[in-house]
Design a binder for this molecule. Structure first.
Ligand code: HEM
Length: 506
């Protein structure tokens, strides 16, 4: 679950060329591509020479034009938009070919610190940078906070690939199932988006949520009792025993997921966020997620209850929701509502046990728990890059970066909070910082529907945990948690602590 950091200072950010062995692959000719006109523009403007990320340390609105490093170079793509070159040389952590031919670098799925260091490289390279995602999908990565904010409400970006992404074939790339192929509010726009969001939205209103508070408190209390029964001197994985359990139990109860279906569903929902696997494992995950949702629907059809799934089934049977929309909506809600909040909780716990003065401040003044939550979301956004949006017209971002109509885009919602042009000492956890703003929940019409629930869960869980175990500390302050392999989700395999501190306060 954790690996030990070698003695001595923390290693510098890795500069490996590609992530998780994804690397640059030869063209196979089966994937979506930009129209020819778009490709010509893209190939002319790319730059992969990343200046020192520290030179990016300027404040909001004061960003001067960046050094023009791009020149028109031969394309490294075949006729389908795939990357054909295999001669990758490391350049600032990303890839360019030995001959100087520039190709889209692979976005690393290594997770952890690499997720963060990669943001600096991308931000320094331009307002938008072409990157290769798993299975050869190419997209523009946007990581400057001001540009992410601007594009999140841009009228020429759509979350719906249909009719926009050239040659898009649902199902052709397994890992895109959750992000592009499903038919939910997250992948629709306009009236369709409104219709699908309205079906669920009211449930997350402030009054309805406050009704959920007692059951969240009961869940947290039950988990704390379980922890209190353990030997407090023994290492214990607080992610598995607490951070994972709070949001997954809350959501499974809310959606009426039968106890015996939970492990299977949660396993595949967790895997859907991990992008560092093989195409075969992505296909198994897609099938697993669909099976889990179908089993849930079958169980609720046979035995409806007072839960969200039964409510959605009523909409489905009243012709308000197609079968595909029902499965997609369940997938969206159960995936978005569990894994993200797990990551929020585990990162908050990690920061508090390693910043004991800030933990003491929160324990002394309950109003500070909100600061803990917002500062954690800023520094450790559970969703770093969100795939995918599609340009319905050319978008010129300046500095030579033109997103062409039909191109795919990933917005780095998690990048804004770490942008040194926006936040001083952006990489420090500091409850006292005046500006804790972030885009961790997105921005615009698709702003996270579950943000109030995630905040409520954290507001209940964190004070309860630390009031009960104020001396909790890392079991091994030298251990580095193993990150999940993903360019999307920012989570870890586990976090070992000792509930009574055990002398290893970080
Ligand atoms: C810390 C926890 C969470 C984080 C960081 C997070 C983050 C996000 C982000 C970045 C988006 C995309 C916004 C966009 O595309 O513009 C999103 C959308 C969404 N989230 Fe969350 N989320 C969290 C918790 C939840 C929870 C608890 C639920 C459900 C109970 C939820 C349900 C949704 C839904 C339904 C959408 C799609 C909204 C739409 O497209 O209109 N999220 N979330």
């Amino acid at each position: 679950m954790t690996k030990r950091r070698p003695p001595g200072p923390a290693p510098p950010a890795r500069t490996r060329a590609t992530g998780s062995g994804q690397g640059i692959r030869p063209c196979s000719g089966a994937l979506p591509r930009a129209p020819a006109a778009g490709r010509a523009k893209i190939d002319a403007v790319r730059t992969l020479s990343f200046p020192d990320a520290n030179t990016h340390n300027r404040k909001r609105q004061k960003r001067p034009p960046r050094r023009a490093e791009s020149t028109a170079l031969p394309s490294g793509r075949c006729g389908t938009g795939h990357i054909t070159s295999v001669n990758g040389n490391s350049c600032g952590g990303l890839v360019m070919t030995g001959t100087g031919t520039r190709v889209a670098p692979a976005l690393s799925s290594d997770g952890g610190e690499r997720l963060y260091s990669q943001l600096h490289e991308l931000r320094s390279a331009g307002p938008a940078v072409r990157v290769e995602l798993p299975e050869g999908v190419v997209a523009w990565s946007v990581t400057r906070g001001d540009v992410v904010r601007q594009l999140a409400t841009h009228p020429h970006l759509s979350r719906d690939a249909r009719g926009i992404w050239p040659n898009y074939r649902p199902g052709a790339v397994a890992w895109l199932y959750t992000w592009v192929d499903t038919r939910s509010m997250a992948t629709s726009e306009g009236q369709e988006h409104k219709r699908l969001r309205k079906m669920i939205g009211p449930v997350f209103g402030p009054r309805r949520l406050q009704n959920l508070r007692p059951s969240i408190e009961a869940t947290v209390d039950g988990l704390l009792q379980g922890l209190a029964a353990e030997d407090p001197r023994e290492p214990l994985d607080i992610r598995a025993r607490f951070a994972h359990e709070v949001p997954t139990r809350v959501m499974c109860d809310f959606f009426g997921v039968p106890e015996d279906q939970r492990p299977f569903m949660l396993k595949f929902l967790g895997m859907a966020l991990q992008t560092g696997g093989t195409p075969e494992s992505a296909r198994r995950t897609e099938q697993g997620v669909k099976t889990a949702m179908r089993r849930l629907i079958a169980a609720k059809r046979a035995d409806p209850g007072d839960d969200m799934t039964s409510l959605l089934l009523t909409e489905h049977e009243g012709d308000q929701l197609t079968e595909d929309e029902l499965i997609s909506t369940l997938n969206l809600m159960m995936g978005a509502g569990t894994q993200t909040t797990v990551a929020l909780l585990v990162h908050a716990i990690q920061e508090l046990v390693t910043h004991r003065d800030q933990l003491a401040a929160a324990l002394a003044d309950p109003s500070r728990w909100d600061h803990v939550v917002e500062e954690t979301l800023r520094l450790h956004p559970p969703v770093v890059h969100l795939p995918l949006r599609f340009a319905t017209a050319d978008i010129d971002l300046g500095e030579g970066a033109v997103i062409a109509a039909g191109d795919a885009v990933i917005l780095g919602f998690g990048a804004e909070g770490r942008d040194p042009a926006i936040h001083d000492r952006a990489e420090e956890f500091d409850l006292d910082r005046a500006d804790k703003t972030h885009l961790a929940f997105g921005h615009g019409a698709h702003y996270c529907l579950g943000a109030p629930l995630a905040r409520l869960e954290a507001a209940v869980a964190l004070p309860a945990l630390f009031t009960r175990f104020p001396r909790m500390a890392l079991a091994d302050s030298e251990a580095v948690p193993v990150p999940h392999l993903s360019f999307i989700a920012n989570d870890m395999g586990g976090l070992n602590v000792r509930l009574d501190g055990g002398g290893a306060a970080g």
